[in-house]
Write a protein that binds this ligand. Structure first.
Ligand code: GLN
Length: 238
């Protein structure tokens, strides 16, 4: 992103995948950029519309099984997100949106459904629904503190070689194998709702840093920290 220009956020398919308050991730990015004097433009792309290639950070949320299948078909056919990520855009994909990014995921009867194949992960159905708080220690290469959020999904996810877990799970299910989410390049996938970026401003700033291409000045995060402390103290042993 050139220094004099606007940060472009793209919120993908609010009409299909916006059931868990994940749109809050967009608000957090907008706010944290604007508080640092960065101008922001946000585009909400409905599923009937083309995904533009010129965005800086793309976001997609969680949702129910059928809208998830529809979203996968449309995104795959559209191809805009693939082209954007290939040009170096960042992406935060949550839960259903995370599963879609892989090669396959479990449909409403557990049947394998084709994902968009943006990254080498695959998902299927777990033994039961994972519902509740989720916490984990972030991959140290990311340099961000303990991740917190809540999860509500049936899916379990396996990462291919070269795709790193976002975190080692300490509370909850995440991917289902002791890890949670993934990251590769500037793509982050996660099962965290909360919304994820309201619970984890460090993750928000990581996405902003990738997009802006420079370190950002710290912000007063008193209220974010209160929320984090409250949620983490409810689930982690002291
Ligand atoms: N339908 C998917 C699952 O149950 C995703 C759910 C979600 O986005 N919360 O695994």
């Amino acid at each position: 992103m050139p220094s004099d220009s606007v940060l472009r956020l793209v919120w993908i398919y609010p009409d299909l995948l916006s059931t868990y308050g994940d749109q809050g991730n967009v608000l957090v990015l907008e706010q944290r950029a604007q508080r640092r004097g960065i101008a922001v433009e946000t585009l909400h792309v409905r599923s009937a519309d083309a995904v533009p290639e010129s965005g800086d950070i793309y976001l997609i949320g969680g949702g129910e099984d059928r809208p998830q299948i529809l979203a996968s078909e449309r995104l795959r056919r559209d191809g805009g997100l693939h082209r954007a990520v290939a040009r170096g855009a960042s992406l935060l994909a949550v839960c259903a949106g995370y599963q879609i990014m892989g090669t396959t995921f479990g449909g409403e009867e557990g049947q394998p459904v084709e994902g968009i194949g943006l990254i080498d992960i695959s998902s299927g159905r777990g033994a039961g629904r994972a519902v509740g708080e989720l916490a984990g220690e972030a991959d140290t290469v990311l340099g961000i503190p303990t991740l917190t959020g809540f999860e509500n999904h049936m899916g379990v996810t396996r990462l291919g070689p070269g795709v790193r877990p976002l975190a080692r799970t300490t509370v909850g299910t995440g991917n289902g194998d002791g890890t949670e989410g993934c990251h590769i390049g500037k793509v982050v996938g996660t099962y965290l709702h909360g919304p994820a970026l309201a619970r984890n401003p460090g993750l928000a700033d990581l996405l902003l840093t990738w997009a802006v291409g420079a370190q950002l000045p710290p912000l007063d995060d008193t209220w974010f920290e209160r929320l984090r402390r409250e949620r983490l103290s409810a689930v982690l042993p002291r």
